[in-house]
Design a protein around this ligand. Structure first.
Ligand SMILES: [Zn+2]
Length: 317
């Protein structure tokens, strides 16, 4: 390991202006679902199949999915007008829902249920560490047909000058490898979001060489600052009604966001907004050295989670 975990963590804490959503340790050991972790991804798994067939929607008044767009990530295109203004692909009244910082107990499940109730979808930008804590939750996100990208390994702010170039790359690469590991070897989308939307130019260029698309946003809900669910709805709708469309930044990590989502999606529907699903043309190609680092990081805790009595039983003496 070239990086002292504490360094990255401290950097993330000190530089995360947003202040609320850096990588956390698991909520509690018991919440970490100490069931068998997924088998290490020894063999390359098939790419996630794009959801071509629309599943039947039981809710006739659902928000739904208006259209699905496939993204060719060659050269690392940037999305979200807060930072990237070249690709204006959304039509009037179209939105893309994005959820950062999961997977996380309770809140991610709540977001999944709300999306399912409205037969709609979003992009989940997972933190690598969180994916290793809660692989089963991330698998549920995949099983529900949503798009999964990455949001670094530990939510380090990559503009932090204390990080070397190798450390910045490791944050990016290990994040993707961790998500892939959590998904049992299924590669996520080559979709990446920088923590705190801080874009170091050399890493933007690097992502281009890796054919990974970069997601800023068109409007930030600032849900991590919200004091309650209503505030999440009010801020989001005010900005959206002004812009008329856009990629919306939310956090499945946050309680208020999970609580706000049912009413927020109703407001979108009532306002005539339509959800666009973004899928990649091809999955991300992770780098083997980082896949191996994840295996090293996750192997021992998986074993030690099980009590001896469940592993070794005397059957004769
Ligand atoms: Zn974040």
């Amino acid at each position: 390991m070239r990086i002292a975990a504490g360094l990255i963590f401290a950097s993330a804490v000190s530089l995360c202006v947003a202040g609320a959503a850096w990588s956390q340790t698991p909520a509690s050991k018991s919440a970490a679902a100490p069931q068998a972790a997924p088998a290490p991804a020894a063999a390359p798994a098939p790419a996630p199949a794009p959801a071509l067939a629309k599943a039947a929607c039981a809710n006739p008044d659902a928000l739904g999915i208006a259209r699905t767009v496939e993204i060719d990530t060659t050269g690392g295109p940037g999305f979200g007008f807060e930072h990237f203004k070249q690709l204006d692909f959304l039509r009037d009244k179209e939105v893309v829902l994005t959820f950062d910082d999961g997977p996380w107990p309770v809140n991610t499940a709540s977001v999944l249920k709300t999306l399912a109730d409205e037969c709609t979808t979003g992009i989940f930008f997972s933190i690598g560490k969180h994916a290793t804590y809660y692989p089963e939750i991330l698998k549920e996100v995949l099983a529900a047909g949503h798009t999964i990208g990455s949001h670094t390994w530990s939510h380090a702010t990559l503009t932090n000058k204390k990080l070397t170039e190798d450390q910045r790359k490791e944050e990016i690469e290990k994040g993707f490898s961790a998500v892939k590991w959590a998904l049992g070897g299924v590669s996520p989308a080559p979709f990446f979001r920088f923590p705190a939307l801080q874009h170091p130019p050399e890493m933007v260029t690097y992502l281009g060489t890796r054919n990974i698309a970069i997601f800023s946003c068109d409007l930030d809900s600032f849900d991590f600052k919200a004091r309650n669910a209503q505030q999440v709805i009010d801020v989001t709708m005010k900005k959206l009604d002004k812009l008329g469309k856009g990629i919306i930044l939310l956090h499945d990590f946050h309680k208020h966001t999970a609580e706000a989502l049912p009413a927020l999606l109703r407001r979108l529907k009532a306002g005539g907004y339509k959800v666009v699903k973004m899928i990649p043309k091809a999955p991300v190609q992770t780098l083997p050295q980082y896949d191996e680092e994840i295996l090293k990081d996750t192997k021992l805790p998986t074993v030690s989670d099980r009590p001896v009595s469940s592993v070794v039983q005397t059957i004769s003496q």
